[in-house]
Design a binder for this molecule. Structure first.
Ligand code: FUB
Length: 350
């Protein structure tokens, strides 16, 4: 739920009503990208810190500097912090704001994909490589060519192709790339450069990766989400349109693209027959959590499906101090995901 509506909540009571508890409490973590490598769960989250930056709609208060990889033997076991996997000072092209990362594996090597602002204040996406899923990772000297915006999510299809989904509006700068180059106008409002409410919504992006996973093999394409009539969702359809936090998983041969609606705080999803779409809107996966942002991943472990997500309950609602969590997800007979309420009987607390 948005932060502005929770000022009078008793957080001790709220935490008792939460469907899950923070996986780790000694540091703040967010944006959990979970994967199963060699039978074990590895989570690649943002590492939230308070650098004293003021809250603004461009996300300046998300001033993260490094990544820690969290591992778990099973979704119920203790989560282990494996220490610093990559620090911004070791990324030659990046100045600040290490936002939501993801990772993948190929031929026994591990690739960490991450967004950061370069020295001109422009978000790009970088890649760093390790022989271990927990790092330390060595960053490439330059950002991925033709990359832009934030929130990379890397998906391997059954034929061995790797795709990167990415993008985020407002502070994620996606709206500044509408003409193929960065719109450097002075207009700093998060909603400047966006389509009008009655126009098709700005889309997340997808591009196949090169076989060495270090570059894009093609120009990024739009991840178009259409409604039940086959019409693209509109920018003003804020409870359904894409904002940030792309994720891709497959279920029963279909491609499920999930994402955050940002300023309306839902995790939603849409389904297609192929990794490029178009995707048909299918519903909500997660109702709003405590804190402004919502960001997730979906992974199968031992035949069960899990949603990794975050909220700001441990920090008592501080937007940029979040904690990663996990809960089970269920599909119905048609393959639709049942919407999760992150807190049981929340209305009784408000
Ligand atoms: O963690 C910083 C940003 O907040 C992420 O990149 C977004 O997805 C949102 O969770």
């Amino acid at each position: 739920m948005p932060e502005e509506s929770i000022g009078h909540i008793d957080f001790d009571e709220l935490n008792k009503k939460a469907v899950s508890q923070p996986l780790i409490k000694h540091i703040y973590t967010a944006d959990p990208s979970a994967h199963v490598f060699n039978g074990k769960i590895y989570i690649y989250p943002s590492h939230d810190v308070d650098e004293g930056e003021a809250f603004d709609d461009l996300g300046s208060h998300f001033a993260m500097e490094d990544y820690h990889v969290i591992s778990m033997d099973t979704p119920d076991s203790e989560a282990k912090d494996n220490g610093i996997a990559l620090h911004v000072r070791d990324v030659p092209w990046a100045e600040k704001q290490l936002w939501a990362p993801d990772a993948t594996e190929k031929d026994g090597r591990y690739y960490l994909f991450f967004p950061a602002k370069d020295y001109e204040g422009i978000f790009k996406i970088g890649v760093a490589v390790s022989d271990s899923p927990t790092g330390p990772f060595t960053a490439q000297a330059q950002a991925i060519k033709k990359s832009f915006s934030i929130d990379p999510a890397v998906f391997k299809d059954e034929t061995g192709n790797y795709f990167m989904y990415f993008g985020g509006i407002w502070g994620g700068q996606l709206q500044r790339w509408r003409n193929g180059t960065f719109n450097a106008s002075d207009e700093e409002s998060p909603t400047a450069h966006l389509p009008k409410n009655e126009e098709p919504a700005l889309c997340g992006k997808v591009a196949k990766l090169t076989t060495d996973l270090l570059e894009l093999a093609e120009d990024a394409k739009d991840v178009v989400i259409v409604d039940e009539n086959g019409q693209p969702l509109l920018q003003g359809d804020t409870e359904r349109r894409f904002f940030e936090a792309s994720w891709m998983h497959t279920f029963n041969g279909k491609y499920y693209f999930s994402y955050s609606t940002g300023d309306t705080h839902f995790i939603c999803y849409a389904i297609a027959d192929n990794p490029y779409g178009p995707f048909t809107y299918a519903g909500k996966i997660l109702n709003p959590v405590v804190g402004w942002t919502s960001h997730h991943s979906i992974v199968e472990f031992n035949g069960e499906w899990y949603l990794f997500y975050h909220d700001s309950s441990l920090s008592q609602g501080v937007t940029h101090l979040r904690s990663i969590k996990v809960t089970k997800i269920q599909h119905d007979e048609q393959g639709f995901i049942k919407t999760i309420d992150p807190y049981i009987d929340l209305k009784a607390l408000i």
